[in-house]
Structures are given as C-alpha cells and as structure tokens.
Write a protein of this length. Structure first.
Ligand code: MRU
Length: 366
C-alpha cells in the first residue's frame, strides 16, 4: 500500500503561510501529507497517506526520514488509525490503536523519537470515556506535537546560535534540517538561527553515502532557503579539516543515551574523530525527545538497510555482480568526542556525567 503522489511546488499545503522554509509533514483533510524525500532534489512533490499502513510504508521507505520527522509522522499515522477505526466500543478502538502502534513502531529501530511520539500519543487514550473522546484526544495530541516540533527547533536554534561567529564555515553530516523535522531543523536550525542573527555562516555538507541525505537533502534545503552551502565527498572531510577550512561541526542525533553516546547517521563517528584530531569543536543538536535514559549503548539496534543502497547509485550498479555489501545506517559517537549537546533549554557541556540530572532539571524550566 502506498501514498498517492501530487505536485505542489508552492509549499502551501499547510495552514501556516508565515513559514518561509519547507514544511515536511502536515495534516490535511484527514490525511497525512509529506514531501516525498526520495524524489529530492530533482522534484519537490508531495504524497498523501490516507491510512496508517501507508504512513508506515512511507517511514520505512525514507519518503519521510530524520528522527523528529519520523516521530511526528508516526504520531499523525496513529491519528489516522484512530479517526478511521470503525470500532463501536472503547476496548475495540484500543485494540485497533495497539495494532497501529505496533506496525508504526516497527518501521525504523534506531531513532528513539518514533517510540517517544507513539507512546506520548497513546498515553492520551488513557482514562477517556468514549470512542469519540479517544479519537479526539489522539488527533489533538498528534497535531500539538507537530506544532511543538517547529517551536522546539527554533529554541534549539536560538540556544546554539551563540556558539557560532560571523563568517564561520560549519561542516554538517547527513540532514538534520527542515526535512528531518516538521520544519526548521535541529543542526541546520542552529545554522538558520545564526544567519537570522545576522552572522554570515556558511555550510560544508558531506554527501552522506549511501543514501545521499547531504547532497540530495541538506544541499537542497539550504540552497532553497538561500543559505550558502558547498558539497564535499565524504572522503574529503579529513582534507578539509587539515586545511583549516572548517571552523566547527554540527550534526543531529537519532538517540542520545544518559552516558552521552550519540547515535546518528553512519559516518558521524569518523567525522567526530577527525574533528577531535584537528581540535575543531564538534556539536550535536537535538530535542529532549531524542534522549533515551533507559538503555545502554549495547542495547540499541543499529538499523541495517538493504545492500542495494551500497552496490547501486540510483538504478545503476557500481559494484561487480556477486559482491556483497554491508549497510549499517547509524553509528555511535562516544561522549569524549563531543564538545556540546545543544537542546531547546540549554547546552550540555562535557563531561556529560550529570546529563540525566541536568536534563530533568531543565525539563521543569519554563
Ligand atoms: O536515515 P535517516 O535519513 O533518517 O537519518 C537521519 C539522521 O541520521 C539525522 O541526523 C537524525 O535523524 C537527526 S534529524 C534532526
């Protein structure tokens, strides 16, 4: 089952016309509408998903990707399951929601935002007295989450922008921008905020093999928004750093543990090692919803994707027939390589020994 395609180049599929950057996912006419990121950068097209199974497929197939965007999309998927359920009783509705929860949760294993978002929305079903009340509560919460995501990213941006100086050249890996969130982005949100503050900050984006989130998505959205961006092959990171061409690095995260270990797109770890070697500050930007206080590094499943992504570029084979490939989608950057973790309420600094206590305290801050 797949979502239907449509062209919508004016990006006005949202109720918020004040946005001047891309809106990745939105609720429209009882459907979930999202940019089809598999078609970027060549076509800016939207797909409409009418049921939660279509939403699950969209997440699995990277039509929508990036930890916060996956979370919001899954929450809206659960809202679709709620409003389309034909259950007549509360207990039957909860059975329907549980099935949708399980399907949506299984789409991608590494980004904690997925489970966080689904759990938060499901919590709203508790204590309700009627089918109508549950359906309304689930939809309201999912919509609230989508809106909050933009505000949280702006807060991350404002918090982190102080770390950047006028004229800085910032390296980023993968895409932690508008396209990885409802809008504005986390790592790219900090770059946006610095530019909004009048600092002329430019970006060096890695291509991010094998799915090319850097060249297809980061370069696309920064170019779209008029932010200076240059692309480099992943293999040029060390060279650029050794030439003094990079002032700082900023990336997003799929999951951050209480130990300060950061799970992010494959290749992040080697960028962090090179930054450390060249004494270049390496920052991570992520919302509270990306923190996982329960698990240890060895408990986390690293998604392994199809070897097709490695042995082919698009439809073209680039490796000999019969050769196998291994395609881990994420890696782990240890805390000792990280100069700071930028959240919506403040910047966590090393050593990250009291990360859990600090975040708990900040969560209570207005
Ligand atoms: O496989 P993807 O494209 O979903 O991976 C995305 C990343 O690794 C991002 O850096 C991360 O999700 C943070 S997005 C704000």
């Amino acid at each position: 089952m797949s979502c239907s395609n449509h062209n919508n180049n004016n990006n006005n599929n949202n109720n918020n016309n004040s946005l001047n950057y891309l809106l990745t996912v939105a609720w429209k006419n009882d459907s979930v509408v999202m940019i089809d990121q598999t078609k970027l950068p060549n076509k800016l097209v939207y797909v409409t998903c009418k049921d939660y199974k279509e939403v699950a497929n969209a997440i699995k197939n990277l039509i929508v990707r990036g930890a916060p965007a996956i979370g919001v999309t899954a929450a809206l998927g659960l809202a679709l399951a709620a409003i389309h359920s034909e259950a007549k009783s509360l207990s039957q509705l909860l059975v329907d929601l549980d099935s949708a929860f399980t399907v949506l949760k299984s789409t991608r294993p590494t980004a904690i935002n997925l489970l966080w978002a689904l759990t938060r929305v499901m919590e709203k079903a508790k204590g309700k007295k009627s089918v109508y009340e549950v359906k309304k509560a689930i939809l309201d919460e999912a919509l609230k989450m989508a809106e909050e995501d933009i505000e949280i990213n702006k807060q991350i941006g404002r918090t982190g922008a102080v770390l950047f100086d006028n004229g800085d050249v910032i390296m980023t890996h993968c895409n932690a921008g508008s396209l990885a969130t409802t809008a504005y982005g986390t790592a790219l949100g900090v770059i946006r905020a610095a530019n909004e503050d009048g600092k002329q900050v430019s970006v060096i984006a890695t291509e991010t093999r094998p799915v090319m989130q850097g060249s297809r998505l980061t370069a696309f959205e920064l170019h779209h928004d008029g932010i200076d961006v240059r692309l480099i092959p992943d293999t040029a990171v060390g060279y650029m750093m050794s030439r003094g061409a990079i002032k700082r690095v900023i990336v997003g995260a799929d999951r951050i543990l209480r130990t300060g270990h950061v799970f992010n797109k494959i290749g992040t770890y080697q960028v962090a090692i090179l930054a450390n070697m060249h004494k270049i500050p390496f920052y991570v930007a992520a919302p509270f919803s990306t923190f996982d206080f329960k698990n240890n590094p060895e408990d986390i499943v690293i998604e392994e994707r199809s070897e097709e992504e490695v042995i082919k570029i698009g439809k073209k084979r680039i490796a000999p027939k019969g050769v196998q490939a291994f395609n881990p989608a994420f890696d782990v950057t240890p805390p000792e390589l990280i100069s700071g973790i930028i959240t919506e309420k403040g910047i966590l600094k090393p050593p990250f020994d009291n990360l859990y206590q600090t975040l708990k305290k900040w969560q209570k801050k207005k």
